[in-house]
Structure formats: C-alpha cells, structure tokens
Design a protein around this ligand. Structure first.
Ligand code: SAM
Length: 257
C-alpha cells in the first residue's frame, strides 16, 4: 500500500505501461544476472527453443539472445511492450532469432514440450509462482529448464510496514526455502538459486526512474492518477532502501523431471 493506503492494483494499466515503456527494464535485473542464470543451463544449440514470458520491452530477452544459441519468443500482455521488443531486436540484428508476440501467461498459445527453456524475469507474480511453475511445465521438454526471478523474503521475521506493503502488492512473496520447496513440489529439480544484488534494484531500476518521473509528470500534467502513481513508485523505492535486508529478488532455476 502507498502512503495514503492506495494499492498498486488500483492504477490504470495503460498509465502503468506508459510509465514503464521509458525504461530499459520494467523490473529489477541486470545483464550480468541474466548471463549468470544462463550459465546453469546446459545443452543449448541453434535448434533450441526458448520462451521469455512477461518479457516487457525485452531488456533480458536481448541478453539471452546475445549469450545463448537458439530461437527466442518473448510474450507479453501489452502490445506497446511487444512492439518495442521487436524494434529492439531489429536494431540489434536479432530479428531472425527473436520475436515478440502478444499473449497472456495464463493462456499461452504453445504446444506441449515445445521449449527447451522457459524464462521469466520479474513477471511470474502476475499468475503466482507456484501456479506458473505448474501450468507452464507442460510446455517444457523433459530435461528442459525453467529460470524465473521472484520477490522473496530473506528473513523469517519482518517489520510490519514492509510485511503489510507486500501483503497488498503480492501476497505470494515467501522465503527462498519455501519457494525452492514449491519448485520441487511442482516437478522440477532445483538446479540453482541466487539472490540479485542491490544494484539491480537501485542502479538499474529505481535510479533511472528519477528522471523518467519528471518527464512523465510533465507529460501528464493535471492528471491526478499519474501524480498518485509516481507517488506510489517513490514510496516503493523508499521502502526498498529502508528494508532491503529483508527482501529482494531471487533467481530460481529448475530442470523438468
Ligand atoms: N521481464 C521484464 C523485465 O524484467 O524487465 C518485465 C518485467 S515487468 C515487472 C512484468 C511484465 O509482465 C510486464 O511487462 C507486464 O506487461 C507483463 N505481464 C503482466 N501480466 C501479464 C500476463 N498476464 N501475461 C503476460 N505478461 C504479463
């Protein structure tokens, strides 16, 4: 919840999209972290098929394409993000191997055992970690990998303010140990787990938003919802600085059995 008890779920999605379109990444992450997660995935070749679910504008999709062989499909609910991904792929000369499509993670247009890798950075919360792992499993070949980042508690106990914020934003947040158990339970061998460094949140996510917020507010002058959305984002950043020892993102990599 924001300072005035406003919830993230109350904002218009078009406003949220307009805001995040201006960022390289729509969630915490970094090229280094994507490459590190890729290092746990074995056996990829130019015939491999990878899907990046909730790809946004494709920041991490391009990093995957530049560091792994095979064909990559990015899927996102929002057409403006997908268009940007396809423009970015073209600008980098990756359009033959990377394609963005519009689709929803709870109704994916894929066949059973179509993919060698399912990737998802900062987006599985939209369906829920355990549900996503369970429902997407059928799209993976036997022995295929899933690699997702997910908001996770680093400690067993947390101050009330941050506990309350996350209970509203994403009640599915849980400890790393419980997330690993969910991965095991849904039919994957946990291959690796690591936490994302603070720079993924601060330098790559919150700092770029400072300039963006000024531009966004100027563009949306007089729009009360836009002003309140910026206030919410600033509150979220403030909370991260205050409570970052208690939570963050972890990368979970598993292999389908
Ligand atoms: N993976 C990108 C990154 O790390 O920069 C984007 C992460 S952003 C926090 C979450 C993404 O999930 C957004 O691009 C959003 O449009 C997408 N999304 C939300 N609901 C979705 C759904 N039902 N199906 C597919 N994508 C969805």
């Amino acid at each position: 919840m924001g300072k005035d008890n406003e919830s993230i779920h109350e904002f218009d999605v078009n406003l949220i999209c307009e805001y995040f379109l201006g960022l390289k990444r729509q969630g915490p992450g970094s090229p280094e972290v994507t490459v590190k997660a890729l290092s746990f995935i074995e056996g990829l070749s130019k015939d491999s098929n990878i899907v990046d679910i909730g790809c946004g504008t494709g920041g991490q999709t391009m990093v995957i394409a530049q560091n792994a062989p095979g064909r990559i499909i990015g899927v996102d609910l929002f057409s403006t993000f997908v268009e940007k991904l396809n423009e970015n792929a073209k600008a980098l000369g990756l359009q033959d191997r990377v394609e963005g499509i519009i689709g929803s993670m709870d109704n994916l247009p894929f066949n059973d055992e179509e993919f060698d890798v399912i990737w998802c950075e900062g987006a599985i919360y939209n369906i829920g970690f355990e549900r996503g792992l369970m429902e997407w499993r059928r799209f993976l070949k036997k022995g295929g990998y899933i690699a997702v980042t997910e908001a996770s508690w680093f400690t067993e106990e947390r101050p009330e303010e941050i506990e309350k914020f996350w209970q509203d934003a994403y009640p599915g947040i849980d400890t790393i140990a419980n997330k690993v158990a969910q991965m095991q339970k849904t039919g994957y061998v946990p291959v690796a787990v690591f936490t994302l460094p603070e720079s993924c949140w601060i330098d790559n996510f919150y700092v770029p938003q400072i300039k963006l917020q000024e531009e966004f507010l100027k563009r949306n002058e007089g729009n009360d919802a836009a002003a309140r959305f910026v206030e919410y984002q600033r509150y979220e950043a403030e909370l991260y600085h205050k409570y970052k020892e208690y939570y963050g993102y972890a990368f979970y990599i598993g292999r389908k059995i």
